[in-house]
Ligand binder design. Structure first.
Ligand SMILES: Cc1cc2nc3c(=O)[nH]c(=O)nc-3n(C[C@H](O)[C@H](O)[C@H](O)COP(=O)(O)OP(=O)(O)OC[C@H]3O[C@@H](n4cnc5c(N)ncnc54)[C@H](O)[C@@H]3O)c2cc1C
Length: 474
């Protein structure tokens, strides 16, 4: 397994193809450091006794690997992934980012196998060779699923500009050339690899768009326009939160060559559709780990500030904390139910139950702004008007801030300041805004979970109950 330092060094070896703030930069740009710090935790904590779930044995080589490179083999694997995700997200106070690549390899392990069973192709063999390398080198991958999509009412082949979904523009003896763009792609500027998966169901008219592949993140023709954000780092106040950041990329594929051994689907619209659904399913199961962790963070700050304010036991506060706990644990419980009710696929990969994963993700997505509202209500208005850390530390203003920020007599004013600073980061920072939109749309907007639930839920069985209870015989 790699160390965090090796991961960072490997990033520095990649060619400059990142664009931030009007300039082309390498991966040592300080604006990317927050996201790199987050991913680094997945390496640093791999040997930590409190994070045993973070490593497992490869089903291919039998060797110890990082779970982010693992193909789930059982319900226990899914639950370990869920717990690992919740624990890691607590450490970084938000998205751990590395799950995308993990969910993508799990989806491809099934979709390539299914395509080969039907067509006699060798996608799964190629994929397994890639996976061996992925596990051995302990790689990180962004999963680029979300196409820019153009006119939302039209399918890929119906778009006026044919490049609105990533597509194959040329097939050669040694590989394919792809063109298009994907947006909202987490960790794309700080990943070793980019795994591309279709974003929606593909019809027989969309075969050029039915493509899945993986490439090193600095492949010629790949341009990553990054929107990196990080928390405001208070000078001289030592806060773990200040090292955290996020990277969201707009990835352009400007006629990019992909060799055949890295092409995992090419033209099979049914299996492209399957890969799109499977990535969404694995990713929504991941959300049943990460979203409870973000609620844990919101809940922690709400409870702490209420405690400092001396109102922790009041009924209006208690109701809100119980509301937050109920959201976190219902979403987590949905993930456990999804794992326990999952199925072993013919490929050997263990698949989460679709209904439970989707209701878990949907519940989380519908509640995130409500959680922020509860925190804002409990915290009062000061997070929006908190003096900057430099003014808290300035000997001229500090005595005033300390005197007037005081709440309960036994709580040091610096603790109150730090707690409000953390809340301000969640409610009032650009990074907090990114996490909020991610809470709604990351992993698929709630309407997409509605579609998945509508597709697979047995409403007919429910009609039968109503008929039985009222004696309707048809
Ligand atoms: C912070 C963040 C991180 C993300 N990370 C990743 C990532 O790592 N990888 C990745 O692939 N994606 C990622 N996503 C993308 C995410 O999956 C998408 O944002 C989500 O699927 C919604 O797609 P969209 O943003 O294109 O919204 P749109 O599709 O434009 O949807 C906007 C609204 O229009 C509605 N709508 C769209 N089409 C139709 C239609 N045909 N009929 C009726 N209504 C319609 C939707 O219901 C929605 O309400 C991330 C998103 C965020 C915010």
């Amino acid at each position: 397994m790699r160390t965090a330092e090796e991961y960072r060094n490997d990033l520095l070896k990649l060619k400059a193809n990142i664009y931030i703030g009007g300039r082309k930069v390498k991966r040592d740009d300080p604006r990317l450091s927050g996201g790199i710090n987050v991913i680094s935790k997945t390496f640093e904590l791999a040997e930590h006794p409190d994070f045993k779930e973070l490593t497992t044995r490869s089903h291919l080589s039998g060797k110890k690997i990082n779970r982010f490179t693992h193909i789930n083999q059982s319900a226990d694997d899914l639950m370990a992934k869920q717990l690992m995700t919740r624990k890691l997200c607590r450490v970084v106070g938000g998205c751990i980012q590395r799950c995308m690549g993990c969910d993508a390899i799990n989806a491809l392990s099934i979709a390539t196998f299914a395509a080969d069973m039907e067509n006699g192709s060798d996608y799964n063999k190629r994929f397994l060779e890639y996976l061996k390398e992925f596990q051995k080198r302990d790689l990180t991958a962004a999963c680029a699923q979300t196409d820019v999509k153009g006119d939302r009412s039209k399918r890929p082949h119906e778009q006026k500009d044919p490049d609105m979904y990533v597509r194959v523009v040329e097939k050669r003896s040694d590989g394919i050339i792809v063109r298009g763009a994907k947006n909202c792609i987490t960790m794309s500027a700080i990943a070793d690899e980019i795994i591309v998966i279709p974003t929606r169901a593909m019809t027989p008219n969309d075969v050029d768009y039915s493509v899945a592949f993986s490439i090193p993140a600095d492949t010629d023709g790949v341009k990553i326009i990054s929107r990196a954000s990080s928390l405001r780092a208070p000078k001289d106040l030592d806060m773990p939160q200040a090292e955290i950041g996020d990277d969201e990329g707009f990835i352009v594929f400007d006629d990019v060559f992909v060799p055949w051994d890295r092409v995992f689907l090419c033209g099979e619209n049914m299996y492209a559709t399957l890969a799109a659904h499977l990535f969404a399913l694995f990713h929504r199961h991941s959300y049943t780990g990460c979203k409870p962790a973000t609620t844990d963070v919101v809940m922690g700050f709400a409870a702490l500030i209420a405690d400092y304010n001396g109102v922790y036991n009041k009924s209006n506060i208690r109701d809100k904390l119980v509301d937050l706990a109920a959201v976190a644990e219902l979403v987590f419980a949905a993930g456990i139910a999804s794992a326990i009710n999952g199925t072993k696929t013919p490929a050997g990969t263990f698949l989460p139950n679709e209904i439970y994963a989707n209701i878990g993700r949907r519940h989380a997505g519908l509640n995130y702004y409500h959680e922020l509202e509860l925190l804002a209500e409990v915290a009062g208005g000061l997070p929006a008007a908190l003096p900057f850390a430099e003014d808290f530390l300035n000997p001229e203003t500090r005595p005033y801030v300390e005197k007037y920020i005081k709440r309960r007599a036994d709580v040091p004013p610096e603790s109150v300041y730090r707690c409000l600073y953390g809340i301000s980061n969640i409610l009032c920072s650009s990074f907090g805004g990114v996490l909020a939109v991610a809470g709604v749309h990351g992993g698929g907007s709630p309407v997409m979970e509605d579609i998945a639930i509508w597709r697979s839920y047995d409403f007919e069985e429910k009609k039968k109950i109503a008929k039985y209870l009222t004696g309707i015989k048809e």
